[in-house]
Design a protein around this ligand. Structure first.
Ligand SMILES: [Zn+2]
Length: 202
C-alpha cells in the first residue's frame, strides 16, 4: 500500500479505537508509526535521490516498471527490518517493558505490515513478514493498480468520516456544573451536606 494510505489508515483506526475505548490515543504518534516502515527504507532512498540527482523520481524504474534489482542493497535490508512481524514484536515488547505499559499507537506499525502483505506481489518487494526467519512470500495484488487504489481510498474516506464525525474522549465539551441555588436573605447559607463535584475529566 502507498505511504499516504498507510498514514491515513493509521489515523482512522487510531481515532476509531480511541472513540470505542474512550482512551485518548495520539493520532500524530499513530501516523508516525504507520508511515515509519516505508520512510525508514524507501524514504531514505528518495532523500538520497533528491540530494544526488535533484529529483524525487525513483531510480528503480525500468521501462516504466519498478525493478528491485535497481534498488540499493541497504534499502532491501531496511525494508526487511521494518516490515517484519518479528522486529515489530520485539520492539513492541521492549517498549512495553520500559514504559511498564504498552504504547498502543505502535500497533499502527503492525497494521502497516498487515496491509502490505496482500498488496505486494512477489515481483516487487513482497512483505518479509517473518524476517530473519525463512518463510514463504505472499503473492499479493499490487497496490498501484487503480482497481485497488479507488476502492481503497473510498473505503478510507468513509472510515475517516465515521471516525471523526463524533468527538473523541479527549475532545468532549466540558460539563457545565448545575446551577447552585443562591441563598436567600432569610435562609441559612448551608442547606445540608454537599457531594463532591466531578473535576470534569474522565
Ligand atoms: Zn510498507
Amino acid at each position: 500500500m502507498d505511504v499516504f494510505a498507510h498514514g491515513l489508515w493509521s489515523v482512522a483506526v487510531a481515532k476509531g479505537a480511541s472513540n470505542r475505548t474512550q482512551k485518548p490515543l495520539s493520532l500524530k504518534l499513530a501516523l508516525a508509526f504507520g508511515v515509519a516502515p516505508d520512510l525508514a527504507s524507501f524514504g531514505i532512498l528518495f532523500v538520497q535521490r533528491l540530494l544526488e540527482a535533484g529529483t524525487f523520481r525513483p531510480g528503480f524504474l525500468k521501462d516504466g516498471h519498478p525493478d528491485p534489482a535497481l534498488v540499493p542493497a541497504y534499502v532491501h535490508s531496511l525494508y526487511n527490518i521494518t516490515h517484519s512481524l518479528v522486529t515489530f514484536s520485539v520492539v513492541f515488547l521492549i517498549v512495553w517493558a520500559l514504559r511498564r505499559k504498552p504504547l498502543w499507537e505502535m500497533l499502527a506499525w503492525l497494521l502497516h505490515i498487515l496491509c502490505d502483505l496482500p498488496t505486494h506481489s512477489t515481483r516487487f518487494f513482497p512483505t518479509p513478514w517473518l524476517w530473519p526467519f525463512p518463510h514463504p512470500f505472499l503473492d499479493g495484488w499490487p497496490w498501484a493498480r487503480w482497481g485497488f487504489q479507488i476502492p481503497n481510498y473510498l473505503l478510507l474516506g468513509l472510515t475517516l468520516w465515521l471516525a471523526f464525525r463524533r468527538p473523541g474522549p479527549g475532545s468532549r465539551a466540558p460539563r457545565t456544573p448545575p446551577p447552585s441555588p443562591a441563598p436567600g436573605p432569610g435562609l441559612p447559607s448551608s442547606t445540608g451536606p454537599r457531594t463532591a463535584g466531578s473535576p470534569g475529566g474522565s
